[in-house]
Design a protein around this ligand. Structure first.
Ligand SMILES: NC(=O)c1ccc[n+]([C@@H]2O[C@H](COP(=O)([O-])OP(=O)(O)OC[C@H]3O[C@@H](n4cnc5c(N)ncnc54)[C@H](OP(=O)(O)O)[C@@H]3O)[C@@H](O)[C@H]2O)c1
Length: 295
């Protein structure tokens, strides 16, 4: 059995407790990783509360966490690009990151120059950011409105979109305007997104002015949200993981990070035993950073 944070059932942060979970050997095309840091994201909080039961059912004993970084402990049949002892970041669409060991289908080698915490903070946000920009088919010279541009997904998406030659209008709180300008974006207050026309909208918040954003784009056709529950009624696509794109996205962004060309959200590190407290502080809005659990 492996030490992990498990949930006792859906509920408040207190349902998260240190416990044990069974982690089997890696199958064909998989690796098993001894986790050093695991990323915490807002979707973890929604799953724990039971809000995503239809998509991510998590019964008693389930382990949350879509991303981690650590050392390859064993490799399954057919795995040739990494070996035991290699350092990697892993994306875990089936969860399991808040644990000492995890089996992964998707990984990227961690260059020595990349910090462990940065490697663990990347995978889920990179996957979502790169995927949605592809789905929007955002091209050079176009204008993208990014709701939630100062978040974990939003900051990466901003930099990838600027790198594509797009103009990014970053909807953030005024305190984040300077950070957005540093990333090459034009900030606007997310409480008043204005009336300038845009070609496409990436909602990386789920809590933004989606109806207003649709109006700025001239309709919902090129508007994609990651999390707004009004998506269906507003005629907007709600984007979910596309496995085929994961490896290319992780490779691209890890190499940009290693080259010093990517800025991430500020981070907080907490011990695994502090996971419930972290969920509570994120939920209350007291913590606005990316959180990495030290295993
Ligand atoms: N569907 C998928 O595959 C997928 C994948 C990854 C993430 N997600 C979801 O995508 C969302 C973003 O994830 P994340 O990790 O980037 O979260 P995050 O780091 O917490 O970022 C969310 C951002 O939204 C901002 N925000 C809050 N209220 C807003 C408003 N009214 N208008 C515009 N922005 C607002 C927040 O700003 P303040 O802190 O200033 O309030 C924050 O910067 C989450 O809901 C997550 O569950 C979905």
């Amino acid at each position: 059995m492996t030490r992990a944070v498990v949930i006792s059932g859906y509920g408040p942060p207190e349902v998260l407790r240190i416990g044990e979970t069974e982690v089997g050997p890696p199958g064909p095309g998989q690796i098993r990783v001894a986790v050093r840091y695991a990323g915490v994201g807002p979707t973890d909080l929604a799953i724990r509360a039971g809000h995503l039961d239809a998509v991510f059912p998590a019964g008693p004993g389930a382990v949350l966490g879509f991303e981690a970084a650590g050392v390859v402990e064993s490799v399954g049949p057919d795995v040739r690009d990494v070996a035991t002892g290699d350092e990697v970041a892993v994306f875990l669409p089936g969860l399991g990151g808040y644990a000492e060991l995890v089996v992964a289908d998707f990984w990227v080698p961690k260059p020595a120059s990349v910090a462990w915490t940065d490697a663990a903070a990347l995978p889920a946000s990179v996957e979502a950011a790169a995927r949605v920009l592809e789905q929007l088919a955002l091209g050079a010279g176009e204008t993208l409105l990014l709701l939630g541009a100062a978040g974990s997904v939003g900051r990466i998406a901003t930099q990838l979109a600027v790198g594509r030659g797009a103009t990014v209008v970053a909807a953030v709180r005024p305190g984040d305007f300077a950070a957005m300008r540093d990333l090459g974006a034009t900030p606007v207050d997310y409480a008043a997104i204005g009336n300038g026309r845009v070609d496409a909208v990436f909602d990386a918040s789920g809590r933004g002015d989606l109806p207003g954003a649709i109006a700025l784009a001239g309709g919902p056709q090129r508007v994609i949200t990651l999390a707004d529950h009004r998506a269906h009624e507003l005629g907007v696509a709600l984007s979910n993981v596309i496995p085929e794109g994961v490896r290319a996205a992780l490779d691209l962004v890890m190499s940009q990070l290693a080259a010093g060309r990517l800025a991430l959200q500020p981070q907080t590190v907490a011990p695994l035993a502090g996971t419930a407290g972290v969920h509570a502080r994120l939920e209350s809005g007291e913590l606005r950073t990316k959180v990495l659990l030290e295993i």
